[in-house]
Structures are given as C-alpha cells and as structure tokens.
Design a binder for this molecule. Structure first.
Ligand code: NAD
Length: 290
C-alpha cells in the first residue's frame, strides 16, 4: 500500500519503520522530527496524503489533529482511509470522521496501548472506531504494527475504549501505590505484600505486570529509577480526556476524577513530570495523613 504518515515522534517513527520493513511505501511528514530510514519525506501533510491509500496520523492531541485533518482530507483520494492512532478526545475523533465522510474519505480512530516499546516491537493493541469497510482496509497494517486490533464500533468508539481503559489503569495504579505505602507503614515486607496480593483478589495489571515497588515482581520502570515507560504526564492527559468525556456524557466518575486531580498535582507541583506513572509510590511514601 501507499501510506502517508503524519507525526513521526516517539510512537509514530517506530510504527512507520515497521510498515517500511513490511515493504509498504511510506511517505511521512512531521513539523520537527526526522524521518526514520526508508520513509520518504513530504514537505506538507497534504503532500504525504495525496496518493495514499491510507493516511496514518500520530499526533499530540485533538486540537492538532483537527488542524492537520483539515489539510489532509481535501488532498486525499476518494475511498482512501484516514486512520488516526493518536489519543484524542472522542468529540474530535467524531468531528474528523464527519468531515472525512462529507469528502468521500473513510475514517477510523485507532488509539493504541503498548507504549514506545510496543511501537518498536510491533506489538501494539489498536482500539478502532469506524465502519467495517475502513477497518477491513487498515487491519493488515494493524497486524504489522501490533498484535491485536479490536473493532469497537462506530467512529469515536476506539477513543472511548482507550480512555475507559486508561481511567481504570490510573485509578488502579494509585490504589496499588497507596496500598504499598500503607503496608510499609504497617511493617509488611513488600515482597510478602506482592506474594499475597498478586495471587489474591487485589491482583491487577499494575500489581502483577507493572509492579510500582522496585525489586518486586517482574522488571518494570520502578527497577529503572522510574524512568518511563508510560510517563505520568501522559497518564494525566488520558485521565483529563476521560473526565472531559464523562462531563459531555453526564457520567458519574468519582474515582477517575480524583485520579486526574492526583496526577495533576503530581505532574505540576510534586516533581512527577518526566517520571513513570508508577512513581506515585515514592510520592505516597513521603506523605502523611491529612
Ligand atoms: P511525540 O510528541 O513524540 O510525537 C508527536 C509528533 O507529532 C512530534 O514529532 C511532532 O513534531 C509531530 N507534530 C506535531 N504537530 C504536527 C503537525 N501539525 N504536523 C505534523 N507533525 C506534527 O508524541 P508520542 O509519544 O509519539 O505520542 C503520539 C500520540 O500517541 C499521542 O496522542 C499520545 O497520547 C499517544 N500515545 C503515546 C504513548 C507513549 O507511550 N508515548 C502511548 C500510547 C499513546
């Protein structure tokens, strides 16, 4: 396929490199980042899009996506697919899809989980929203860049799945970290805490697979001085998107709301910026009640 790729940052560059490796023609555009080997540079987003069968975007947020989509869509071939893999608000995903439909372009929102490691290894999970026709065209590319793609329904549903998943992740990480900090103060050894919880009803991905306590459980960013991994500011972004969606949909999400506030303080005033989101554990360790 001829693929346009817009946004070749931490995630986009390795994803595009995997498409090149699989013998696709990839034309890229980024306002700052250099092109990975094998990706031909276009001077504009429209230039990367005009002959493409699929255009993939991997951009920082919904506002930037909307601007880039306004440039891309009129340049794209009829029946081509605009596949946005960025994490953005549900509203932006649906607006871009409407705009694309009016121009005869198919659209799919397909945010990912798996982080930079998953992007490099081609093991991302894609959560896709859009028509069956659009999903069928892009699925072979998801299979190259990832190990799983779930079609979640119409446009916006991929973003809905992503923010619901990450709201659970943020809340669960906080719960795991505060429980470790309490266990410390009660004199319970961290390894014993892991041995019990990881095989009891408190188990979770954050405990079992990404344990926030250094030296406990499988290797995780905690074992690398909390270098991300998944940065606390990206978790804050996703929690804010979940709360933006909850307000728009009139959903009561008290735990998600509190998790957003805690990550906001952590990132903006407690030194959490640039650290992995599991560094909530040293944050709780230092604190006292009240
Ligand atoms: P990044 O900042 O490294 O990459 C974004 C790229 O977009 C940059 O290279 C930037 O120059 C480019 N860009 C910005 N505006 C542009 C424009 N108008 N035209 C062309 N290029 C433009 O970010 P990232 O870590 O690669 O994340 C990308 C998306 O993936 C985000 O939405 C993020 O939330 C999501 N995501 C990231 C991770 C992660 O672990 N990094 C995990 C899952 C999802």
């Amino acid at each position: 396929m001829k693929i346009g790729f817009i946004g070749l940052g931490n995630m986009g560059a390795p994803m595009a490199a995997n498409l090149v490796e699989a013998d696709h023609d990839v034309i890229g555009h980024d306002i700052h980042a250099a092109m990975p080997d094998g990706v031909v540079a276009a001077i504009s987003a429209a230039g990367a899009a005009k002959d493409a069968d699929v255009v993939i975007t991997m951009l920082p947020n919904g506002a930037i996506l909307r601007v880039v989509a306004d440039e891309l869509i009129p340049a794209m071939k009829q029946g081509a697919v605009l596949c946005d893999c960025s994490t953005v608000d549900v509203e932006s995903a649906r607006t871009v899809a409407d705009h694309a439909a009016k121009a005869g372009v198919l659209a799919i929102d397909a945010p990912v989980s798996g982080g930079i490691g998953g992007a490099a290894a081609g093991t991302l999970t894609f959560m896709a929203g859009g028509s069956d026709a659009a999903f069928a065209i892009v699925k072979p590319l998801f299979d190259i860049m990832g190990q799983k793609a779930v079609h979640c329904g119409p446009s916006g549903n991929g973003q809905a799945a992503k923010i619901c998943n990450n709201m659970i992740l943020g809340v669960t990480m906080i719960a795991t970290c505060e429980a470790f900090a309490l266990a410390d103060k009660l004199g319970l050894d961290r390894q014993k805490m892991f041995d019990v919880v990881s095989t009891s009803s408190g188990y979770s991905w954050t405990m079992n697979a990404y344990c926030p306590a250094p030296g406990v459980g499988p290797q995780s960013p905690a074992d690398n001085a909390y270098k991300p991994g998944f940065a606390a500011e990206l978790m804050l972004k996703d929690l804010r998107l979940s709360q933006q969606a909850a307000v728009a949909a009139d959903a009561d999400t008290p735990m998600g709301h509190l998790a957003a506030l805690l990550y906001e303080s952590f990132v903006e005033s407690e030194g959490g910026k640039g650290m992995d989101f599991s560094a909530m554990l040293p944050r709780f360790e230092k604190r006292h009640r009240g």
